[in-house]
Write a protein that binds this ligand. Structure first.
Ligand code: NAD
Length: 256
């Protein structure tokens, strides 16, 4: 669909599950080379997985590990010109009960981790004078408040702040920086959140799933493919005049 993506070397964090795994598949289908990095992978060094796909274990909140993986990927596969940061975590608790360690975990992985990965990739592109694409995965929780999710909501707002600042700085270098703000997407994380949210609110996970569906104007929750298609678009030539944006993929649930 997007011929230009065949020539790309793409780093996807969080590639081991849910949205990240869907994005890895989508770029492979376009013929790109993909480095999939995830905390859940056992491969300590970059290891070929499927055709044109390499996998490596990475904790995105560890700056040294991020630098090591980006350098190794550059040496083994080529300069990363497209990065999608889908690694993420969430904890659920009401604000007055939130443990500081949960605050740190959300901010470390979602905000700092996304920043560190984009920074490491952009540094090499700037050094070499090459254009590129950064696509962060924020959330509609980067634009709205939600009960039981203060730390997560703060981390996703931070991602949109990083998106805007890096977009301004990197625009003269030919690197665009955008974010996707997914709504309710059916993934293992969403499944866990419904169980934890149910405990907090005295509801079953099934009741929360039904409530989720009732809140979406398009009448269904999202799939990883719904998000992956927009990631391809933002990486493609069609999006070359877009930067600093937070694009909602929410079935109409968030409109600002
Ligand atoms: P998921 O739990 O299915 O996948 C997240 C992946 O990130 C996992 O494979 C996990 O191992 C990895 N990960 C966690 N911490 C990591 C770390 N420190 N370093 C590297 N990898 C790490 O979740 P998902 O729903 O696919 O979420 C992907 C992204 O999309 C997250 O940033 C999430 O906040 C965001 N998001 C999800 C939804 C949704 O409804 N599912 C909505 C909005 C935004």
């Amino acid at each position: 669909m997007f011929e230009e993506l065949r020539a790309r070397t793409v780093l996807v964090t969080g590639g081991g599950s849910g949205i990240g795994a869907g994005i890895v598949d989508a770029f492979l289908e376009q013929g790109a080379q993909v480095i999939s990095a995830d905390l859940s992978f056992s491969e300590e060094v970059l290891t070929p997985a499927r055709e044109r796909e390499w996998r490596v274990r990475l904790d995105v909140s560890d700056a040294d590990a991020v630098a090591r993986v980006v350098t190794e990927a550059t040496d083994v596969v080529g300069v990363i010109d497209t990065v999608v940061t889908a690694a993420g975590t969430s904890t659920m608790d009401f604000a007055i009960d939130t443990d500081p360690s949960d605050w740190d975990r959300n901010l470390d992985v979602n905000a700092k981790g996304s920043f560190l990965v984009a920074q490491a990739v952009a540094r090499i592109l700037v050094e070499r004078g090459l254009p590129g694409r950064v696509v962060f995965i924020s959330s509609q929780a980067g634009k709205n408040g939600y009960r039981g999710m203060t730390a997560y909501v703060a981390s996703k707002h931070a991602v949109l702040g990083v998106t805007k600042s890096m977009a301004v700085e990197l625009a003269p270098r030919g690197i665009t920086v955008n974010a996707i703000c997914p709504g309710i997407i059916e993934t293992p994380m969403k499944h866990r959140e419904r169980i934890q949210g149910g405990v907090l609110r005295g509801m079953t996970a099934e009741e929360i799933a039904a409530e989720d569906r009732s809140q979406v104007p398009l009448g269904r929750t999202g799939t990883v493919e719904d998000v992956a298609g927009v990631a391809l678009f933002l990486a493609s030539d069609l999006a070359s005049y877009m930067t600093g944006q937070g694009i909602n993929v929410t079935g109409g649930m968030t409109m600002h």
